[in-house]
Write a protein that binds this ligand. Sequence first.
Ligand code: FE
Length: 187
Amino acid sequence: MTSNHRRRLLGAVVALPFANGAFAQDLPLTPACGPQAELTPRQTEGPFYTPKSPQRSSLIEPGSKGERLLLTGRVVSRQCRPVAKALLDFWHCDQNGEYDNAGFRYRGHLYADAQGRFRLETIFPALYPGRARHIHVKAQAPGRRILTTQLYFPGDARDFLWREELVVAMERRPQGRLAAFQFIVDA
Ligand code: FE
């Protein structure tokens, strides 16, 4: 992590006012927005995107033994304005590093609230050969261009696609991992 990145993290601690007490912690949103805010970088969608995922805020499968991950954050414009009802469509591999290409396991979309906030419950995706650990996502302000990207996790091995601007803030909790990210989109 560069000192510049660390400064941005420290300068951007935002309360995440979620009711779930087990996870109600403050995490810095990465990246911060501000006068020099840049759009969240685009990345390839890869070979495993499936359109028309179900709308839901939890991807956890019944009986899943995967480590829990709660990903929260905001969707904002370059001017740091919340993007109400922004669409976020997530997909990632399961605890064995496999994608469900027949159905919708670990696939789902949701809409940010009026303050641009979102909350996704899922599992910590496994590493699979050749890639840094990641979650795929498409983000879209209402009526605007879709931004396809991938989120990464701190402390993991990097790969050719890994970018610091796409690394979530993350803490380990007894209940699982708590992560936060701020999408900066055209709005
Ligand atoms: Fe992938």
